[in-house]
Ligand binder design. Sequence first.
Ligand SMILES: CSC[C@H]1O[C@H](OP(=O)(O)O)[C@H](O)[C@@H]1O
Length: 346
Amino acid sequence: MLNTPIRSVEWSNDHITLLDQRLLPSQTEFITLTAIEDVWEAIFELKVRGAPAIGITAAYGLALWAQQSQHDHFNEFCEDLKKQAAYLETSRPTAVNLFWAIKRILSVVERVSTIKKAKEAILDKANVIAKEDEDVCRSIGEHAINLFQDGDTLLTHCNAGGIATARYGTALAPFYIAKERGIHLKAFASETRPVLQGARLTAWELQQLGIDVTLITDNMVAHTIKTKGINAIIVGADRIAANGDTANKIGTYGLALLAKALQIPFYVAAPLSTIDLATSSGEDIEIEERHADEIRKLNGQLVTTADMKVFNPAFDVTPAELITGIITERGIVSGDYKTKLEGLFI
Ligand SMILES: CSC[C@H]1O[C@H](OP(=O)(O)O)[C@H](O)[C@@H]1O
């Protein structure tokens, strides 16, 4: 079984070891998180990013807080845990995995009655969330690979790879399975301004995996689809609404429009933990807006004036009707997404 280049987040006895994704690909630097405030900052500053990886890190963040808690009374411990959970939820608004993982951690405490048991249960659940995600992502890859054939060329955006999850990734999972099975898939990765997850992470990750990957700038996608024989587009997701509308990295909506215009399939690969049946449509998904300097600067250097007005949404929403299929660990759904997505949870 092929190893993913590296794991982005792991529990290490009494702290969290985190790959600082901001420094890739030139530096593979691991940092130690020893307080829940470190976890909040790591998520907000994109030291860790990617919906599942954010959820896993938040789960371990609550485990870290619990291990350090000095409460004597169980009820006070539980009330403070809820406050810490609410604090972590303010780090980023769009990826539903953050809220999904935190909810799972809070639920385990309802089934114990001592602080000692609570601390054990929280860490156990965080480990379960991480291990489950690895298995889920592999399953997504095993379903996705059936959509493609030897020699296909896929275009992907941002990074929905192993470091955005526990392992394998979602949109990149079929590349790991293809490699294991000797199926030759080629990739085009769009750089994904302004944070460059495509250039810095996906191109690097697929090159490490031995995949024939070509990097393009975001404004080259239409020409590339037309001239390079792109067979399909596959992307990840941060929140899929009940009707199938999907929030993903900014630029994804434009790719879906291009896929329709140029008549190639557009796939979203995501675990059930990213499907949010409580959000009825894409109109109800909060889109994170990030600091203007992410656009004003490139590698710390101004590319415009220091006070230039900027619009910096980190995500956009692709309407369900533009999505050919949503690939999950329980199979691929298409068409009547509201019914089909509900069916995945039965
Ligand atoms: C496997 S989830 C990956 C998903 O998360 C990315 O956003 P960010 O890098 O801001 O966390 C992007 O939308 C990817 O598709």
